[in-house]
Design a protein around this ligand. Structure first.
Ligand SMILES: [Mn+2]
Length: 360
């Protein structure tokens, strides 16, 4: 798809939303949302959309870039008082009833409101989450690329690992290798948690030395073309005890059960339940978290959330993580995580790294 077709399709959805809600304009100022609707990748932007026009207010650092990246969009450069220019733009475009993002800064809202006395402002969050929840081909391509960078770097990391290195050594090496594979940035702070530290589901890498017998949770993601990947492998260093291997195998069994449950029409909570049933049967459910996964896209955590009670029905084009784990305080933790795409007939596991990897 070319840029114009991508943007037109997304804007058509937004304009339908405006019509359905009696609105004649939208102002988007979160990075993910203005990027989604305009393809502009700069860090400062206010995108104003009406039924037949699009304008982007940004600063001089980004004018050239904005003109290159956007399609059929007026680029307006602001100087000192950006909010005044945003308000003027909204007024000039004749907007009487506008939707803004619920998450916008309170200070910005009050400054704008003061200048927009005759404009009614309503707030929205759900719609923006929902439209980005189902990915188009373009987005799925970017996510595949992000996963490729992450897995390429991870594969090269494995031969470099040894007992005696620190968690931080491992993380540093991983960051270098994924960057060499083409990653733009990490999509969140990498987690490396070895041995007993693995019980902390989100342990940051420390100077702790990885010892013989440690299970090491490595959870990381990269960004490519603005899109995030997310993966976890629990690496098995040296001689793993029978008990630890049992836990490791059970987590993987839970992941397989969940992935087998993924297809259009199934509820998010049913996928979560499929993973939980494996832990319930083993009597270890208390050691699991209350969720299984989350959507990925421009943000590392998006909808759908694969959690208890979520009635969202799966449809083709959703991409989310499947990351079961068991966490035993002061003893160990295991998590494994793949990124899965819902397809017409079921699902495609976008992750290809083997799950069981022994080091040393
Ligand atoms: Mn994740």
């Amino acid at each position: 798809m070319d840029k114009k077709a991508i943007v037109e399709k997304r804007l058509a959805s937004l304009r339908t939303y405006l019509d359905d809600n009696g609105l004649d304009g939208a102002m988007l100022n979160s990075y993910e949302n203005y990027r989604y609707f305009s393809l502009f990748t700069g860090s400062n932007g206010y995108l104003v959309v009406t039924k037949d026009k699009v304008a982007l207010v940004t600063d001089k650092r980004y004018t050239t870039q904005a003109l290159m990246e956007t399609v059929d969009c007026e680029v307006i450069e602001h100087a000192a008082n950006r909010l005044e220019l945003v308000a003027d733009t909204i007024k000039k475009m004749g907007i009487k009833r506008i939707v803004m993002e619920e998450g916008m800064a309170v200070g910005e809202y009050f400054a704008l409101k003061e200048k927009l006395a005759d404009t009614e402002v309503v707030f929205e969050s759900e719609y923006f989450l929902e439209i980005r929840m189902v990915k188009d081909e373009e987005e799925i391509g970017h996510i595949r690329d992000a996963i490729r960078c992450a897995e390429g770097g991870f594969e090269k990391l494995i031969p470099k690992l040894k007992i005696g290195m620190t968690e931080k050594d491992l993380a540093d090496e991983l960051h270098y290798l994924v960057s060499k594979e083409g990653a733009e940035a990490m999509s969140f702070g990498t987690i490396v948690a070895s041995g007993p530290r693995g019980a902390m589901a989100h342990g940051v890498p420390t100077d702790k030395v990885i010892e013989n017998g440690d299970m090491v949770v490595v959870d990381f993601g990269v960004m490519k073309d603005g899109y995030c990947s997310d993966m976890t492998r629990t690496l098995l260093f040296g001689d793993i005890s029978k008990e630890d291997q049992y836990i490791f195998d059970l987590v993987r069994e839970s992941q397989i059960a969940a992935i087998n449950a993924i297809r259009p029409g199934v509820l998010a909570r049913e996928v979560e339940q499929a993973h939980r049933d494996v832990f319930l049967k083993a009597g270890l459910e208390d050691y699991a978290l209350k969720g299984l996964g989350h959507g990925i896209g421009l943000e590392i955590h998006e909808c759908p959330r694969i959690v208890i009670g979520n009635e969202t029905r799966l449809v083709p084009g959703m991409v989310f993580t499947v990351e079961p784990g068991l966490y035993f305080p002061d003893r160990c933790g295991v998590r494994t995580e793949d990124d899965v795409l819902v397809t017409e007939s079921g699902c495609e596991n976008l992750s290809h790294t083997p799950h069981e990897i022994h080091i040393g």
